[in-house]
Design a protein around this ligand. Structure first.
Ligand SMILES: C[S@@+](CC[C@H](N)C(=O)[O-])C[C@H]1O[C@@H](n2cnc3c(N)ncnc32)[C@H](O)[C@@H]1O
Length: 388
């Protein structure tokens, strides 16, 4: 295997992280939180009020819950589920942009888990930020869906649900434990049967002939990341995960996996790249490098008014970010319910040739370029309950 060559900036980062890890053994909590605060202050453009970052990342008091569209079939049944939650003393509030999803107090999650609706797979606990990549894919029955970082399967089961079980799911993950324990349990509880589960490093999917190029209608790359959007200062050792790998280290793997996902996509197919991190290196940086590598990829503008968002980051030290990435979407960690998230929708160009068909495809490509994808509208389209 070729050894990855570090560029100048990364060598500096690596030295910095080695040094920092050494130092952090002595003064870990203070040093990590200082670094995290400095970084998040820059990303969110905060004015530096003391403890502001700690407050943002300690504030979530609510969690998301959604119905399982495979088992709940009518708006009346969605209402019944909410009525039952209210009857149990759980203050479930419909999401305006996806009324089949609710916000519930985090303290009530253990009680929800004991209810028959949870045990029978009628509902699923999931942060609403995770609904967005699947809505952005606009799932349709009959499609071949590839999920290259799939475990524990929360997004895959939502995809299956929105196609009412009429899609072919190919679920990939390299973590045997997460697949065999967690994902199998999620699939079973939600009554989802995938076409295939592939335990493999996604980077080798094509090389090892596990999948074919140009063969999937929809691809999700919900990449492994530094998870900055999920950090919770109320938990024990909240930055433990964050210090172990640098954003730059993650970004190389993300670009490689995104490239494989794109190769697997059919021309005209849709790929969604998402992360739960704030890191520009892992979001706009990866997408910019990807667009340079695949000039035929078309980025589509995502809009979402349902909850708090903030602008994509186009100036960041060490990153050459293309202006087109303004079309991507960032969910603000300051939102009351949503975790910090990044979502981006990519179309693979249709093959252009000189024939009449080629000209038609050229027109379709132009339409793809100009299309604006409204996630609020998609949320309403897929909800059984249209009005709340
Ligand atoms: C953010 S999680 C995915 C969450 C999942 N999409 C869901 O909604 O439940 C990222 C996943 O990527 C997997 N992963 C990391 N590196 C990988 C690789 N090289 N190939 C395949 N999967 C990988 C991790 O094991 C982890 O399960």
């Amino acid at each position: 295997m070729n050894e990855y060559k570090l560029n100048k900036q990364e060598v500096i980062n690596l030295k910095y992280f080695k040094l920092r890890n050494k130092r952090s053994k002595r003064v870990k909590p203070v040093l990590d939180e200082y670094d995290f605060t400095k970084r998040v202050t820059a990303i969110l453009g905060l004015k530096g009020r003391k403890n502001q970052v700690r407050e943002i990342f300690s504030a979530k008091t609510h969690k998301g819950l959604r119905i399982n569209p495979l088992l709940v079939n009518t708006a009346a049944d969605v209402k019944k589920i909410r009525d039952e939650l209210i009857k149990q003393g759980i203050d479930a509030v419909h999401l305006t942009w996806y009324p089949d999803g609710f916000i519930i107090p985090a303290k009530d999650i253990p009680a929800v888990m004991t209810l028959p609706m949870s045990k029978n797979g009628l509902v699923f606990v999931q942060n609403p930020s995770s609904f967005l990549p699947i809505l952005a894919l606009d799932p349709q029955p009959g499609e071949k869906y590839l999920d290259v970082c799939s475990a524990p399967g929360g997004k895959a089961v939502f995809y299956a649900g929105l196609t009412r079980g009429k899609s072919l799911l190919y679920l990939v993950d390299d973590n045997y434990f997460r697949v065999s324990k967690k994902m199998r349990a999620v699939l079973e509880s939600q009554k989802v049967t995938p076409e295939e589960i592939i335990i493999c490093d996604a980077k080798n999917l094509i090389k090892q002939k596990k999948i074919k190029v140009n063969s999937f209608d929809k691809v999700l790359v919900d990449a492994d990341c530094s998870s900055e959007g999920k950090i919770n200062f109320k938990s024990k050792n909240p930055l433990k995960q964050w210090v172990t790998k640098s954003a730059n280290q993650f970004s190389h793997q993300q670009l490689e996996i995104l490239s494989i996902g794109y190769e697997a996509l059919k021309p005209g197919g849709i790929l969604v790249y998402s992360t739960c991190t704030l890191s520009p290196e892992e979001n706009e940086g990866v997408i910019s490098r990807f667009l340079k590598k695949f000039p035929d990829a078309i980025l589509q503008k995502l809009i979402f008014d349902g909850q708090k968002t903030y602008k994509p980051i186009i100036n960041w030290p060490g990153q050459q970010i293309l202006p087109d990435v303004k079309k991507t979407l960032r969910i603000d960690p300051r939102d009351q319910y949503m975790e910090g998230f990044f979502v981006c929708r990519i179309i693979k160009s249709l093959i252009i040739n000189e024939s009449k068909e080629g000209l038609i495809n050229k027109q379709k490509n132009n339409n793809f370029v100009n299309e604006v994808v409204n996630l609020d509208k998609l949320g309403k389209k897929f909800s059984l309950l249209k009005n709340i």
